[in-house]
Structure formats: C-alpha cells, structure tokens
Design a protein around this ligand. Structure first.
Ligand SMILES: [Zn+2]
Length: 267
C-alpha cells in the first residue's frame, strides 16, 4: 500500500524538538508530508514550547522543499460536541455551528494564512476530524476543494469536495497490497516507542523486496497522493464510512474507560 504522512497541530508553540527529530526521519526517507497548520492557534494544549518568531518563515521554507500545507481549523478550539459526518470524536470547532459562523471562520483562516503569512492552500484538515454539511459548503464557498479525512483506499469525491482518506488501522494497512492512505501523527504527544516504530517502517519501506510485513509498503510524499484520480462516492459508501468511524470511536472510548478502571483499582 502507498502510505503518506500527515503531521497535525503544527503551530508556533509545537514541540520543536520532536518536530526536528521526525523531520530527520522524513528527510532520510526522502518523504514530504502534509502538515496541518493552525492559522491563529488559541488551544493552550498545543503550546509546548514558547512561540518561535521564525515559525511562519519555516512553514514557507518547508513548502518550498515540497511539503504540502493544509489549514487546520482557525483557532483549534472545540465549541460543540458534534461528531458531524465523520464522527471519530464528539467535539468540533465547526460541526454543529450555523453556516454563516463556519463560513466566516474559514474565510478568516484563509485570510490569515494568505495575507499575513503568504501561505496558500486549498486543503482543509478539520480539528478532531469533525465537519458537517455546512462545513463542506463553507469550504467550497471559500475555494477549498480538498479534505484530508474519511476512510477508504483511494481519493473520492463527495459533496463537491475531494477527500483523501486516512488509515482506519495502521497495522491492517501494512497488509494491503494496493491503494493509498495517510497515517495521522500528533508529534506533541508522540512517544519514543512510536518514533522507533516509524523509523523501522521507513527503513522497511526503502527495501521493498523483503517480502515480510511492510515489504509491499511504500511511504510516499503527500504530493503524489494529490495526483491520484478520485472516484465518486455515493450514499451507501458514506453510510459505511460513518458506521466505521462511529465503531472506531466506541472502541477507543472503551479502551480509555478500561485504562481508567485499572487506574482506579490501583488507587
Ligand atoms: Zn489538531
């Protein structure tokens, strides 16, 4: 399978040490990822390091190197408990809000990126993966045409937007022989074990003749994913995706609850 990499929560206050460490892995593998840049971050959880004056120049430099930039919301602050059309989480910056508010925030994000920082993009990355029909309409209205989200093995067209699916499960993706997906990475909370897992994945993918797990896996730049043709997705495809996202949310919530239970029993 062709695997692309997406780095969420790229802000002036991100954990720069982890960002630099992961960039080295990507550079060694010759892979250019998608980065989700928050135009005006107001989420204190994303402020690990102090604001870096050079941040926006660095984003422009990465773009010149071939990295792809997506707009990751406007403030990255959740104001509703709606899961929207892709309910991996029940919280959102956009889903569940009136169309006019969503359109205004998306226009403001685009304006900040373009007019203040000189960064243009037509790709949207929804905080918490949550968006609804009004979000899609507001995105179209503001000349966004692509979204990094959804489940599937190839890009698809839905409601006038092109979706570039993310992985449902990392390990099952490694067993698939064909298709495209994206591994979603939050560097601020990435553990040493996960760094090692990616280091090994990149090493395996550079030796495709190994025949073992990962032998038919290719780590590709995000710009290659954007070149793939998109097929229309109908109502039944959307329902299947909705149910898969709901099921995944339940599994993650149950796992978190059982960890809490173990913690409680240890008190
Ligand atoms: Zn985020």
């Amino acid at each position: 399978m062709n695997i692309t990499i997406r780095l969420d929560d790229v802000t002036p206050g991100m954990d720069r040490g982890k960002f630099i460490q992961f960039k080295k892995l990507l550079d060694n593998a010759g892979v250019k990822p998608l980065i989700g840049v928050v135009p005006d971050n107001r989420d204190s959880m994303l402020n690990i390091d102090s604001d870096e004056a050079a941040f926006w120049d660095e984003v422009n430099d990465l773009k010149s190197e071939g990295w792809t930039v997506a707009m990751h919301g406007l403030h990255h602050v959740y104001s509703t408990k709606s899961g929207g059309l892709f309910p991996l989480n029940h919280l959102s910056e956009f889903a569940g809000r009136p169309y006019e508010e969503q359109a205004s925030d998306i226009a403001e994000g685009r304006r900040i990126l373009e007019e203040v920082h000189g960064i243009s993009t037509d790709i949207f990355m929804a905080p918490a993966h949550s968006y609804d029909r009004n979000t899609l309409r507001a995105l179209r209205q503001n000349k966004f045409s692509r979204i990094t989200d959804g489940f599937g093995t190839d890009p698809y067209e839905y409601e006038g937007m092109t979706f570039y699916p993310i992985s449902e499960n990392r390990n099952s993706c490694l067993d698939k022989l064909s298709g495209w997906t994206t591994f979603v990475i939050h560097l601020n909370t990435m553990t040493d074990g996960e760094f090692k897992w990616y280091e090994e994945l990149f090493a395996k993918s550079s030796t495709p003749a190994s025949g073992s797990r990962g032998g038919h896996t290719a780590i590709r730049s995000y710009s290659d994913y954007l070149m793939q043709p998109a097929a229309p997705r109908g109502f039944s495809g959307h329902v299947r995706e909705y149910l898969l996202a709901s099921a995944k949310r339940c599994i993650v919530a149950r796992r978190a609850a059982s960890i809490d239970k173990v913690r409680d029993s240890n008190i």
